[in-house]
Design a protein around this ligand. Structure first.
Ligand code: ADP
Ligand code: MG
Length: 371
């Protein structure tokens, strides 16, 4: 199998027009016709790749998606504010209009690929967060021109593939978030590589239901109970919470054991579970964390997530966090600089861990310059 081509594999870039697929899907706020960027970290994150190219004489044209305009021109999702910011950070670098304004992007239409490739000599993918999608700008360009992974993409792949292929042990995965069904694939595949799995967040209730505990009105995916039971019976080590924090039937804050009364709703792991999960993280040598332990957006239910985030920051283990909400929680607690790697792609990081490859990476390995 060809290896992933990197910037060095592009050959001489001087005088070439290089299309760089970036992930500038930044948080924005304000009225639809005057949106402002809340945080430009995703633009700054692409600068090493952009500057590598421009300093060698390439002319860089960036292209990104922004929001979900679903194939139509939606003013709110115009990249104009991004273009202005990019222009101030990297003068002379162009930015195409939102790729998802055209239905050909998500539909992977060859005519749309031809349209964005007009006048382009080379292609670089630095959009890890989109590399799990077989969209036009991700899989189309490497079929025709010399192509490479940008620095961000390269680092994501090295770190996440390293977790999968050669983790230092014990390797622990901590999973939370709202839905089991979103993450079942990765849970099943992680069970084959991790030494133990820690499960909190909304998804833990489907597992607790599978063990026969009453879970009140907590989140539960009834059609996944059997699957969860199968995982629990697989003989692998799976840690579940044994105390829960939430709301009782009258809507008051309450702490429960592992059995929830009728009408109660579990919204965070309890302090005992948080301490136990934190011990597992402290004793590990590799930890991957995806998904908050509770509804952390509400301060009353943020403790479990905060305790896990603090353990991630404190442990000597190699720590990797994937997932938009998990990364947001970490940033909210100001601990994002204290973990080894925060992945820029939630879905992409899970899919790479699960399957070991992504459509965007396959496309790059098939490029004419790949070896
Ligand atoms: P990530 O973006 O990190 O992959 P998810 O999107 O899977 O995480 O899940 C995050 C969401 O899960 C958060 O909005 C959080 O409020 C919600 N959540 C976590 N635990 C619970 C719970 N017990 N009940 C309801 N929602 C929960
Ligand atoms: Mg999310």
């Amino acid at each position: 199998m060809a290896s992933l081509p990197t910037l060095e594999d592009l050959g001489d870039v001087a005088g070439k027009r290089v299309l760089v697929r970036t992930d500038f899907n930044v948080p924005m706020e304000g009225p639809d016709d005057a949106r402002v960027i809340v945080d430009d970290f995703r633009i700054r994150a692409a600068l090493p790749t952009i500057e590598w190219l421009t300093s060698r004489g390439a002319h860089v044209v960036c292209a990104t998606h922004l929001g979900r305009p679903k194939g139509a021109v939606v003013d709110k999702y115009s990249v104009a504010p991004l273009r202005e910011r990019l222009g101030s950070l990297a003068p002379g670098v162009e930015l195409m209009e939102n790729l998802r304004f055209h239905p050909g992007e998500e539909g992977n239409d060859p005519e749309f690929v031809a349209q964005i490739m007009q006048g382009i000599d080379m292609y670089v993918n630095d959009a890890f967060g989109a590399a799990h999608r077989a969209h036009a700008s991700i899989v189309g360009p490497p079929q025709t021109v010399p192509s490479a992974a940008g620095r961000l993409l390269q680092r994501e792949v090295e770190i996440l593939s390293g977790l999968r292929d050669r983790p230092k042990r014990p390797f622990v995965a901590v999973l939370g978030g709202a839905k089991v069904s979103d993450k079942l694939g990765v849970i099943e595949s992680l069970l084959n590589v991790v030494d133990s799995l820690v499960i909190g967040g909304g998804m833990c209730f489907t597992f607790l239901a599978a063990k026969g505990y009453p879970i009140g009105d907590s989140l539960c995916e009834k059609d996944q109970i059997d699957v969860c039971r199968g995982l629990l019976e697989s003989g692998r080590t799976i840690h579940l919470p044994d105390d829960i924090v939430g709301l009782d039937a009258s809507g008051n804050y309450a702490t429960f054991g592992v059995r929830l009364p009728d009408g109660a709703k579990g919204l965070d792991i309890g302090p005992g579970s948080a301490a136990a999960f934190s011990d597992v993280i402290m004793d590990a040598r590799t930890v991957f964390w995806n998904g908050p332990m509770g509804m952390f957006e509400d301060e009353r239910f943020a403790s479990g997530t905060r305790t896990v985030a603090e353990a991630m920051a404190a442990t000597k283990a190699f720590t990797v966090v994937g997932g938009g909400d998990s990364a947001a929680a970490l940033a909210q607690f100001k601990l994002d600089d204290d973990v080894d790697h925060v992945s820029t792609g939630g879905g992409a990081s899970l899919e790479l861990l699960e399957l070991g490859d992504l459509p965007g990476l396959q496309a790059l390995r098939g490029a004419p310059n790949a070896q």
